[in-house]
Write a protein that binds this ligand. Structure first.
Ligand code: RIB
Ligand code: CA
Length: 310
């Protein structure tokens, strides 16, 4: 399976990237594109370089993407992920550099050269790059097999009462992607909050004893006063790794096809994902929305898979 990861690391993005690299026998990671989200795009780009280097995969090409949302001002989340976006990772500055080509151009060039329905896009942050690619060359949507994304929420948001961070940061991009007609699998907060990196699960990863495992342990065992103050919990929900885990182990997930509307007007509801779980609107489904995760198996298999990384 040929994939492109579009990402805004972010500790949970980091675990998703490590999982994809650890599953290179099943996932052909063509490239990683970066976007402004958890932290500004210069930092998310440096973070991707740091992560692939500690995993011994400095060969994976990295492409710097959008530095701000389509229309909204950029909102970042340092209060959750720390000033550089990877608090606790303990990784040195990157040695390598991003490619000269822009992320959106890379996505388009890759799609142009691909067979129909052959590329899986895995957005883990705001959908700005994906929306720009689809808007620029709608004809190339035919080359996309699926978009498997983390974003949205069936109930409470995590930025506002209504909106999840990735959709809140760039609601216009999220709407473009959800209305693109491309097959979508959506992991919202209602699902990803089931994937909690508890102390026990984080300790099991640390026990692997590799440089990657040490970095993951540092990221997921650190205290997060911002999250504790807002959400009242210390655990780290592993939102983004669910996307990669779905590609590897779809049997761990259940969901249903629904219509999903992304709000781009409402003052209090901007960025909310209105998920028509009961088909009230009779609008045709535009996404498979995951709702139940076998989190025990997810962490067991994820930890086993990470053992293959150096
Ligand atoms: O709301 C959670 C999402 O926002 C995750 O992808 C996290 O990394 C941030 O990008
Ligand atoms: Ca992310």
């Amino acid at each position: 399976m040929k994939i492109i990861i579009d990402t805004d690391p972010g500790q949970d993005d980091a675990l998703a990237i490590f999982l994809a690299l650890a599953a290179s026998d099943r996932l052909e990671l063509l490239g990683i594109t970066t976007v402004a989200g958890n932290v500004p795009v210069d930092l998310t780009t440096a973070n991707v370089l740091r992560l692939i280097e500690v995993a011994g995969r400095g060969d994976v090409p990295v492409y710097r993407g959008a530095s701000q949302p389509l229309l909204r001002p950029l909102k970042t989340a340092e209060f959750i992920c720390g000033p550089d976006g990877l608090e606790g990772a303990g990784l040195p500055p990157p040695k390598g550099k991003a490619q000269k080509k822009h992320a959106v151009q890379y996505i388009l060039d890759t799609l142009e050269a691909a067979e129909d329905r052959s590329i899986t896009l895995c957005p883990l942050g705001p959908l700005t790059n994906i929306a720009l690619a689809f808007a620029q060359r709608p004809d190339l949507k035919a080359k996309v097999a699926r978009v498997v994304l983390m974003g949205g929420a069936r109930d409470l948001g995590n930025v506002t009462p209504a909106a999840e961070f990735n959709f809140y940061v760039d609601p216009h991009a999220a709407r473009i992607v959800l209305e693109s007609g491309v097959p979508i699998v959506l992991f919202g907060l209602h699902a990803t909050h089931q994937a909690m990196a508890t102390h026990e699960r984080t300790a099991a990863i640390a026990a692997l004893g590799t440089p990657v495992a040490k970095s993951i342990h540092g990221m997921l065992s650190r205290h997060r006063p911002g999250a504790k103050a807002k959400f009242g919990v210390e655990g780290h929900p592993m939102h983004d790794p669910c996307v990669i885990a779905y590609l590897l182990w779809p049997d761990l997930f259940t969901g249903r096809d629904c219509h999903v509307h992304v709000e781009t007007e409402g003052a209090a509801t901007m960025g909310s994902s209105v998920i028509d779980w009961w088909n009230s609107t009779k609008n045709p489904p535009n996404a498979t929305v995951v709702d139940v995760i076998d989190d025990a198996q997810l962490f067991e298999r994820l930890t086993r898979q990470l053992a293959t990384l150096r």
